[in-house]
Structure formats: structure tokens, C-alpha cells
Design a protein around this ligand. Structure first.
Ligand code: GLN
Length: 186
């Protein structure tokens, strides 16, 4: 299993370590030529969605990756990655991949409350440690989107077909169950 991790910006190394600890092979996507290697799945990490979206476009990787996700390639998207996948953003005029039929609110917890930790149930997984950093949440979902977790009534994790999106950072904890769930999608 070869997983490509978008490495243009953000917390990609933590994803790589976690995936490798679970036995996956990892490659980094930093430039267009990196797309020449075959890979089976994609990770879009946390960081700054505006920067990542701009860089993926400028580096010539955006359309290729969008096609892969649309074509059914499993993708794990965390925080900024979730923003990149969202069909709609309620408080931003930009749009990116638009492959995940949900509406996402950026920086939804405000700047003061931007970072916090909690533990909540994830459907099919159980209680899970959740690290939020200037996180978005999901305001609404279309039919067919499976809501996996909520915190204080707000949706923070979803699955839609091949796409797993979450507001928090599973790669910043020691808990590998989200990454395992992702690898089980193959
Ligand atoms: N606030 C960031 C954004 O809008 C996301 C934060 C994160 O990925 N930790 O892109």
C-alpha cells in the first residue's frame, strides 16, 4: 500500500510517521514530478488551507489530485485538508476540490477558543482523543454523507464514499485507529 501525503505545507510528517507505523509505504507530494510515482491513497494534512490550495494549484498538482479523489481514490483529510475537500465554505469565498458534499465553516471556534482537546465517540471506533487547532467544523451534510462524530452538537468527522474528513488532528495523538480505518478502506 503506497500513500501519498501532500507535503506542500502543514503537519504532514506526523501523518507519515503514523502511516509507516501501521505498515504503509509513504511518499511525499512536493512537486508535480512526485505525481509520476504510482500511489493508492492520499492524505491532505492540517495547516493553512489557503496556502495549501494555492501551492497545489501553482505547483501543478491540483487537477490531478482532484481527478484521483473523484475517481474513487481513498483520501484522509484533516482540518485544513477537510476545508480543501469541502463542496461549500460558509465563511470564505474560495473553493478547492469540492469533492465532499458538506458545508464547512473555517476557524469555526473563533481565535480565542481556537485550540482545545476533548474526547468523543467516533462511530465504529469508540471514544477518541481529539486535538483541535483553529479548527473548522461541518455545518451541514448532503444525503449519503455518514456523520462519524460530533462535539457539542457540531459535526467534526464524516465519511463520504472514499473520502474521510475531520476537523481535528488524529496524527497529533498516539491513537492510530483513524489511520487504520483509512488503511482498511483499500
Ligand atoms: N485554520 C486553518 C485553515 O483555515 C486550519 C487549521 C488547521 O489545519 N489546524 O486552513
Amino acid at each position: 500500500m503506497k500513500i501519498a501525503v501532500s507535503a506542500v505545507q502543514g503537519a504532514f510528517i506526523e501523518h507519515e510517521k503514523m502511516l509507516e507505523s501501521l505498515g504503509a509505504e509513504v511518499i511525499e507530494l512536493r512537486k508535480k514530478e512526485d505525481l509520476e510515482q504510482p500511489f493508492d491513497g492520499l492524505v491532505l494534512p492540517g495547516g493553512e488551507s489557503t496556502v495549501q490550495g494555492k501551492l497545489l494549484e501553482e505547483l501543478g498538482m491540483f487537477s490531478y489530485l482532484k481527478e484521483k479523489v473523484q475517481g474513487g481514490m481513498p483520501v484522509l483529510a484533516t482540518c485544513a485538508g477537510l476545508i480543501l475537500l469541502a463542496q461549500e465554505l460558509s465563511n470564505d469565498s474560495k473553493r478547492y476540490f469540492q469533492t465532499l458534499p458538506v458545508t464547512v465553516r473555517r476557524n469555526a471556534y473563533g481565535r480565542q477558543l481556537g485550540s482545545f482537546y476533548c474526547e468523543e465517540e467516533i462511530k465504529g471506533i469508540g471514544k477518541y482523543p481529539m486535538e483541535f487547532i483553529r479548527a473548522p467544523y461541518i455545518e451541514s451534510v448532503s444525503d449519503g454523507v455518514d456523520v462519524l462524530a460530533k462535539v457539542d452538537g457540531q459535526i467534526v468527522a464524516v465519511q463520504y464514499k472514499n473520502q474521510l474528513g475531520m476537523s481535528f488532528h488524529p496524527e497529533l495523538t498516539q491513537d492510530t485507529r483513524i489511520h487504520q480505518k483509512f488503511l482498511d478502506m483499500f
